[in-house]
Design a protein around this ligand. Structure first.
Ligand code: SFD
Ligand code: AMP
Length: 613
């Protein structure tokens, strides 16, 4: 311990601190520099923004683009789409706000060098589907990171572990602390406003991958729930934490299906070549009523149809790739779709002798993920845009959480699904502009974190190193150590609990009140053991704090899932004790608030307002 507790503490002061340099963070950096020319803007990132976050490996499509300059769509259309996809429960004000600004973001991306595919006949962006455009996106992240680098002072390789609050006003953010994953230093970032953009959560639930593929997931394995772990510990209200997402993907490699379904128009069938989704429409309507009437069928219901087929023994489910690859151009699109964002799927095809022109490929549903930016909307409750949010959705500055001065974007913010990469960057821009206004208007009221709080956190952050230093002396064999638990052991225990009790793959996504309560009990025992987590080096120390964020997030997921007494999103998860969707009683957001001092959770409902017909 000694060596680390004596590590130098470095103080960095700023007007605006951005935590996480992914899509939301880069957008926040870019826009806060535009509006806050003379402000000190600092971005802190646990990896290196050049290739960090969910888009590290690139993408092949931008999934949120209106095309207003060509009259393709209007923001209100997009709100209707996201609302029906999420079975009615979204923040329409937040979605509208993103939709009206997202096109300008995509145009900037193109100006900065991102190659966007064009339709040779119209000259417009090549549409994958109504909302999606195709890109040559292997280098998507470095292109976007350059804009952030030019806008903010970037500190790479610093893992943020906790937010700081003001010494006298607990509900006022004052900065953040973390440690250098390379230099081991303790960093104290003091700021007037903080924008958390630390991304979503993989590895809360046990993944399907085993053995040599263990750890492989759809969302990035380094998406460690920090967005939620950080803001909920600061006391921010969270919503829809039960609304985890399950993805239908090419089996085992997690290759995306959108380009195949929407652009190439490949059929998804059961083993007998049958169109099971159409065949099950009436049955699904009986389950969820009018929500099954929207087109396209909501994402969760598409999963549901697939799961029903698998349970009936009608699998494997296949994407009929060979029926559509009749030209070289289509074949190129199919391969590039994987090579730009999921190289592993192309490798898997090669290793299994699959030529998509010759034979169909299996699809499968993934383990659940917790995010705020895909076809799902878990995250913090945020104040809405001044011009269109209803009064009870507005208490301060746009995208400010319920903690004063604490903003968010991307996966951090709840209620606004279907942001994807472009919408997350756009939301970062919105939050950045708003944070600048907050800083300028709040003037001299600079928050001051309490020094005792900083000292306490410094001791806490390095504790896992001390546990290892002492506990290693009692290692009995291999890695068996009675005195501490390792980050990997803790992670695997968390995944097992979530999988078996909270509706993971192990139970075909089914859970219930007694299962969730038992899961919570086991999670509480895990939390006790995690007080003795041991880290042998700085890398493991990062793993330890990532796990801490994941566990708190998992607890929120269990509590919200237990609270919502209905099955709102069949195909994402099922409450066996409440198998039906219950409108209007559950046509509400679930909402929670955590008190880090007492470890108590307050849970309740918030209204869903429909602003667009
Ligand atoms: O196939 C800390 N996404 C897709 N978006 C699209 O537009 N098109 C697609 O094609 C997409 N698809 C897709 C996507 C993601 C992935 C992994 C795959 C396929 C395989 C979604 C977008 O990527 C996603 O919506 C945005 O990236 C979300 O943005 P944001 O900012 O909320 O998260 P981030 O980009 O992961 O960035 C988070 C950053 O925070 C850092 N970080 N830094 C310091 N301290 C801590 N404690 C931190 N914790 C995290 C991270 O390192 C990261 O830089 S498809 O599904 O449709
Ligand atoms: P994916 O490649 O699966 O991530 O999908 C890309 C985009 O297409 C996302 O916006 C999905 O919601 C959408 N999408 C994928 N498959 C379908 C489908 N069968 N019907 C409608 N939308 C889809």
């Amino acid at each position: 311990m000694g060596a680390w507790s004596s590590k130098q503490t470095r103080y960095i002061d700023s007007d605006i601190l951005i935590v996480g340099g992914g899509f939301g963070g880069c957008g926040a950096a870019y826009e806060s520099r535009y509006w806050g020319r003379d402000l000190k803007i600092v971005l802190v990132e646990k990896a290196n923004i050049e290739r960090s976050g969910a888009v590290a490996h690139g993408l092949s499509a931008i999934n949120c683009y209106m095309g207003m300059r060509w009259g393709e769509n209007q923001p209100a259309d997009f709100v209707r789409y996201a609302r029906s996809d999420l079975m009615g429960l979204v923040r329409e004000d937040l979605i509208f706000d993103i939709a009206r600004h997202v096109d300008s973001t995509v145009h900037k991306f193109e100006e900065w060098g991102l190659p966007i595919m064009k339709d040779p006949e119209t000259g417009r962006y090549l549409r994958e589907g109504r909302w999606q455009v195709m890109i040559h996106g292997e280098s998507y992240k470095p292109i976007i990171a350059e804009a952030a680098r030019k806008s903010a002072t970037v500190f790479n390789r610093i893992m943020v572990t906790h937010l700081l609050t003001d010494g006298t006003r607990r509900n006022r953010v004052a900065g953040a602390v973390g440690f250098g994953v390379r230099d081991g230093r303790f960093y104290v970032f003091r700021a007037k406003a903080v924008i958390v953009c630390a991304g979503g959560a993989s590895h809360l639930f046990r993944p399907r991958s085993i053995g040599e593929g263990v750890g492989r997931t759809w969302y990035a394995p380094w998406s460690s729930a920090s967005a939620y772990g950080l803001v909920l510990q600061a006391g921010a209200k969270m919503i829809q934490m039960e609304n985890r997402i399950v993805l239908a993907r090419f089996k085992d490699g997690y290759g995306p299906v959108g380009a195949w379904s929407l652009l190439l128009k490949a059929r998804t069938t059961n083993a007998a070549h049958g169109d099971y989704e159409a065949a099950r429409r009436e049955e699904i309507k009986a389950l969820v009523g009018r929500y099954a009437e929207s087109s396209p069928l909501p994402t969760c219901l598409r999963n549901h149809a697939m799961l029903q087929e698998l349970k009936a023994g009608a699998g494997p489910i296949y994407m009929q790739t060979k029926e559509v690859l009749d030209t070289r151009q289509k074949e190129d699109i199919g391969w590039e779709d994987f090579l730009d964002m999921t190289v592993g799927q192309a490798v898997l095809w090669a290793s299994q002798n699959i030529d998509p022109k010759e034979r169909a490929s299996e699809l499968m549903t993934s383990e659940p993920y917790v995010m705020g930016s895909h076809a799902t909307c878990s995250g913090a409750w945020a104040s809405g845009p001044e011009d269109c949010a209803p009064a009870d959705y507005q208490w301060g500055y746009n995208r400010m959480t319920t903690v004063e001065g604490l903003f968010g974007a991307g996966d951090t913010i709840g209620g606004s699904a279907h942001k994807f990469s472009s919408g997350s960057f756009t939301e970062g821009r919105i939050a950045g502009k708003s944070a600048v206004r907050y800083v300028l208007e709040s003037g001299a009221r600079t928050p001051r974190p309490d020094e005792a709080q900083v000292r306490r956190l410094k001791a806490l952050v390095y504790q896992p190193l001390a546990h290892f230093a002492v506990g290693r002396n009692a290692i009995v064999a291999g890695s068996v150590a009675p005195g501490y638990i390792s980050p990997l052991q803790g992670l695997q225990r968390l995944e097992k609990i979530m999988d078996e009790y909270a509706g993971g793959i192990g139970t075909f996504y089914v859970t219930s009140e007694p299962m969730l309560s038992r899961g919570l009990e086991l999670l509480t025992l895990l939390k006790e053991d995690l007080e003795r987590i041991g880290a042998e080096d700085l890398h493991q120390l990062q793993r330890a704090w990532e796990l801490s964020h994941r566990v708190l997030t998992a607890e929120a997921v269990i509590r919200h899932t237990r609270y919502r007494q209905e099955t709102r999103w069949p195909g994402y998860y099922y409450r066996a004790d409440y198998p039906k969707l219950v409108d209007p009683h559950w046509h509400v957001f679930t909402c929670s608030q955590y008190d880090a001092q007492t470890s108590a959770w307050d849970i309740g409902k918030l209204p869903v307002h429909h602003l667009i017909d």
